[in-house]
Ligand binder design. Structure first.
Ligand code: ASP
Length: 407
């Protein structure tokens, strides 16, 4: 029997899923659980994977000086690419003006989820957990990462013998988690089949949503997608080529599995196991770099989300006929960045964080209702960009650390 490569298996499962969702949506309930099962398995491994990965990553860096250097590079890369993404979005939304004159005279129910008002201060406050077990139990990634980095730093500050024990322990635990991850990834074609049939059937069933989408939100969608496209196919490849000296085409190829998973799951966190595997095995980035850069990236580096926050906020302002001046637009830029840092790597997290941006410039929170109908598809696309940017970060940083790569 010919053994198809995993990404081909996934691609085929994806295409069949779209067809099944469109042609026989009434039978989707028979396979939807496969997707739920797969997502549960991914969620199961996220917390131990991120925790062991960061602790072992930090302890293996050896000195706090190394950590400082790598940390600075990582944060600089993440913030600058997110900024570039936001500016791309801002230019497009100011040029295209998707909301101006749009007759958005319809009201939609805003689900409870999106009503939560967040403030910028909250994002920083949330970083320090008052109870680490609570943070672990609720998969609060910012808090988890903060604690894991501290834990790793202080492992390297204790006596040599216990330090060795702890380092060995976390390295071994991380290895176990990676093995377990590889095992779960084998089920990706079946899982993604279940997830995608569900999404397609839901969207196809909701004809009014589809109509609204085409009438009012089409241009908004195109603006976001154009921005994401520019960032994915122009900005990031240029960074790969000129900063990382890496062949963008080969990098895209190496990342095919994580990208299609990001698109199907709308979750950077759920995709993280795939990203780590691909960046290490296909691109040849050392475990030392990837185990620090990628988990951090999956949580704080969301270029696609940042771009989306900016375009969506501007669109809402335009649709309500509210003129935003230069200063206010700059506030949108900064809060979009913070919202993308604070957004969890889960579906719809970006939509929830919209409240931060809207509150900052005094736009009505109900505005979120306007963009709800098309959020699912935009979420899939922005997550793909989020994951791709993380992988570029890992490769670029590995290169600057003097690693020789396969791409
Ligand atoms: N779903 C996105 C992610 O996981 C976050 C968002 O909703 O923008 O990367």
């Amino acid at each position: 029997m010919i053994k198809l490569k995993l990404h081909w298996q996934i691609l085929i499962a994806f295409v069949i899923a779209v067809l099944v969702g469109l042609i026989i949506p009434e039978y989707v309930s028979y396979v939807r659980w496969l997707g739920d099962l797969f997502l549960r398995a991914l969620k199961m491994i996220i917390v131990p994977l991120v925790f062991t990965s960061i602790v072992s990553g930090v302890t293996n860096l050896g000195s706090t000086k190394n950590l400082g250097r790598l940390g600075m590079k990582t944060i600089t890369y993440y913030i600058s690419t997110s900024f570039m993404a936001i500016l791309t979005g801002l230019v497009l939304v100011d040029l295209i003006k998707p909301g101006v004159g749009a007759d958005l005279g319809f009201k939609m129910e805003v689900p409870e989820l999106t009503k939560s008002t967040g403030s910028i201060g909250d994002i920083f406050l949330r970083m320090i957990p008052s109870n680490i077990f609570e943070a672990l139990a609720s998969a609060d990634m910012l808090a988890l990462i903060f604690f894991a980095i501290l834990f790793g730093v202080f492992i390297s500050r204790i006596d040599a013998k216990p330090q060795q024990v702890m380092t060995d322990f976390f390295n071994s635990a991380f290895e176990v988690m990676m093995k377990l991850t590889s095992f779960i990834i084998l089920f990706a074609p079946i899982g993604i089949f279940g997830i995608v049939t569900g999404i397609v059937a839901d969207q196809a069933a909701d004809k009014t949503k589809l109509l609204l989408m085409i009438q009012h939100l089409g241009v908004y969608m195109i603006t976001v997608l154009a921005g994401l496209g520019i960032h994915l196919f122009i900005t990031l490849p240029l960074i790969l080529k000129f900063v990382g000296r890496v062949n963008p085409y080969l990098h895209f190829r190496a990342m095919s599995l994580p990208l299609i998973t990001a698109f199907s799951t709308s979750s950077s966190s759920a995709t993280l196991p795939f990203t780590i595997q691909a960046v290490e095995n296909e691109c040849g980035v050392s475990n030392k770099t990837s185990s620090f850069v990628l988990p951090l990236g999956a949580t704080i580096n969301m270029d696609g989300t940042a771009l989306y926050e900016c375009v969506a906020a501007m669109f809402i302002a335009q649709a309500y006929g509210i003129e935003l001046g230069f200063i206010q637009q700059m506030i949108v830029v900064i809060t979009a960045l913070l919202a993308s840092i604070g957004a969890a790597g889960i579906p719809m997290a970006g939509l929830v964080m919209m409240s931060v941006v809207l509150t900052a410039v005094g736009l009505p929170l109900e505005g979120v209702g306007l963009i709800l109908a098309v959020d699912r598809i935009l979420d899939m696309c922005r997550t793909t960009v989020n994951v791709f940017s993380d992988s570029c970060g890992a490769v670029v940083i590995a290169k600057t650390e003097g690693e020789s790569l396969k791409v």
